[in-house]
Design a protein around this ligand. Structure first.
Ligand code: FAD
Length: 504
């Protein structure tokens, strides 16, 4: 009799965005042996191209997406507790324009929004006068009344990285710059072929396969199945512009255009405002970039509200992402469900399952991971139950008194470090900040200074512990220092990575 096949892993996951890393963390914590492969860098696609909100999605109420909205609302407080260094409460002002919607309807919507998700710490919604208060900062004088409600903002790329860190700390293996190039079922296991950048391939065996390839979900399905996949995904591009700060207050604006689309204006990286997004169906989703038409569209909507108009010439950065939405047959791209859909293919003999993830939001990634694991439970009956709900993410394990107490303690330990540097490191690394600072007394002890708040000590840490290889990994995903550095300073980061580590 041939020996029974032995698997290298319980779970192989393709995709290092928020959904893949979220599933990896959850599965590894339940005792499964997990391998995650990401063809590029962690969060290098949709999961760093979002509007960076942890939100219920006020406008989805209009599409009667009550399940999605209440699940997302409840997640806000869970995630705020798990990662308070990279997720923070944010208040939104909705200027009221009677021709768009009557005030009673908005009040009713906000009442639902306040009560659907078991809100505990976030403030409830209120009606406000704009002209005579901070709530109208930067707006045209004609906007008199408005509403304020609460959601949260997130550093989306770092949320992916901390999930990958948590997964690795639970025993998962995370391989970036590694592509799933094929997989086939063989005697109750998956034989998964992995490709590295230099063209070398390797085969591993896994008992189950998760396809969390985001916009590439159908490609991966086609690569691993004998027959082309029936399930369809719609690719909808969304772009953002970043401009110098349009008002000094802490709140964001939610602006409604006459085409019914919503555009957010969000305080970003202290000196800037982030404005987005658009909704454009695309066929080519590999490397989305903003078009001139999208820049004009975003400026035009913002300028309908802002006292001091912004122009395309003020845009300091743009980014675009592609929503991988499950195709539910709806004509309007803004109306296609933002909910996630999980498709389980159990193959013949109910062995070697393939679970594919369609759609979803950053906000609901943790719940999506729980649902994914519950789909896989029949194949891993010994697996532990849900565990992530009250568990901090790496860097989020704050002392009593929370982030403020931690920052105070850090100031005591590193009194000679610039306040802005301490604050920036805490916003990136939370309680792990001392791992970067070590014995440093002054900023000069942190090695070469590259600009803003970036020093060699942090780059070394990112390379050693957070899978960073290229200058883009460091400047645009592990940190957002790219926004603050000159071209020359960014080139110096690339040169450092090349010289110290041989990384391009
Ligand atoms: C414009 C825009 C704004 C958004 N705003 C918000 C928001 O404010 N709040 C919110 O909650 N949600 C928001 N979303 C939704 C959210 O960003 C996405 O749902 C989420 O990031 C999807 O994550 P993912 O892991 O499925 O996909 P991705 O992040 O794209 O990850 C998939 C990964 O799979 C990798 N991959 C593909 N094929 C292979 C292969 N063969 N082998 C190995 N790896 C592979 C890719 O390289 C990619 O990194 C927004 C989306 C967009 C586009």
């Amino acid at each position: 009799m041939p020996a029974p096949e032995v698997s290298d892993y319980d779970l192989a996951i393709a995709g290092g965005g928020i959904n893949g890393t979220g599933i990896a963390r959850d599965a590894a914590g339940r005792g499964l042996k997990v391998l995650l492969v990401e063809k590029d860098d962690l969060a290098s696609h949709t999961s760093s191209g979002s509007t960076k909100l942890i939100h219920g999605g006020l406008r989805y109420l209009e599409y009667y997406e009550f399940r999605l909205v209440s699940e997302a609302l409840a997640e806000r407080e869970i995630l705020l507790r798990a990662a308070p260094h990279i997720i923070a409460p944010l208040q939104f002002v909705l200027p009221h324009e009677p021709h768009l919607r009557p005030a009673w309807m908005i009040r009713a919507g906000l009442f639902l929004y306040d009560h659907l998700g078991g809100r505990k710490t976030l403030p409830s919604s209120i009606g406000v006068h704009l002209g005579r208060s901070k709530w109208g900062a930067g707006l045209k004088a004609k906007f008199d009344k408005g509403f304020v409600y609460s959601d949260a903002k997130v550093d989306d790329a770092r949320l992916v990285v901390v999930n990958a860190l948590a997964a690795r700390e639970q025993g998962a293996e995370i391989r970036t710059r590694t592509r799933l190039v094929g997989a086939r079922r063989d005697r109750g296991l998956w034989r998964v072929t992995l490709g590295r950048s230099a063209g070398a391939t390797e085969e591993v065996r896994a008992r189950a396969l998760v396809n969390a390839a985001g916009p590439w979900v159908k490609q991966v399905l086609d690569e691993v199945s004998a027959a082309p996949a029936k399930a369809a995904v719609r690719h909808v591009k969304g772009s953002h512009i970043v401009v110098p700060r349009v008002h000094p207050e802490d709140h964001a604006y939610i602006l409604q255009n006459s085409d019914n689309r919503i555009v957010f204006v969000i305080p970003y990286e202290s000196d800037f405002s982030l404005i987005g997004t658009t909704d454009i169906p695309v066929d080519d989703f590999e490397a989305p970039v903003i078009s001139r038409g999208e820049i004009d569209y975003l400026c035009e909507i913002a300028n309908a509200y802002l006292a001091r108009p912004i122009g395309a010439g003020e845009v300091v950065w743009t980014y675009s992402g592609v929503r991988p939405l499950y195709d539910d047959g709806t004509a309007d791209p803004s109306a296609v469900t933002r909910d996630y859909v999980l498709k389980l293919d159990t193959g013949e003999g109910s062995q070697a399952p393939l679970l594919s993830v369609f759609g979803g939001k950053i906000t609901t990634y943790r719940r999506l991971a729980e649902s994914a694991l519950s789909e896989l439970k029949p194949f891993f009956p010994q697996m532990k139950g849900d565990w992530t709900r009250a568990e901090p993410l790496p860097g989020g394990d704050m002392p009593r008194g929370g982030l403020v107490a931690f920052e105070r303690d850090l100031a005591g330990r590193y009194p000679a470090l610039p306040v802005a540097l301490r604050a920036a490191l805490v916003r990136r690394h939370g309680t792990r900040t001392p791992r970067i600072l070590g014995e440093a007394k002054m900023a000069g002890d942190l090695g070469t200074f590259f600009g803003h708040t970036l020093y060699a000590a942090e780059i070394d840490y990112l390379v050693a512990h957070e899978w960073a290889r290229s200058a883009d990994d460091v400047l645009w995903r592990r940190t957002k220092c790219g926004l603050h550095l000159t071209v020359g300073q960014r080139n110096a980061v690339a040169a450092y990575l090349r010289e110290q580590y041989g990384h391009e």
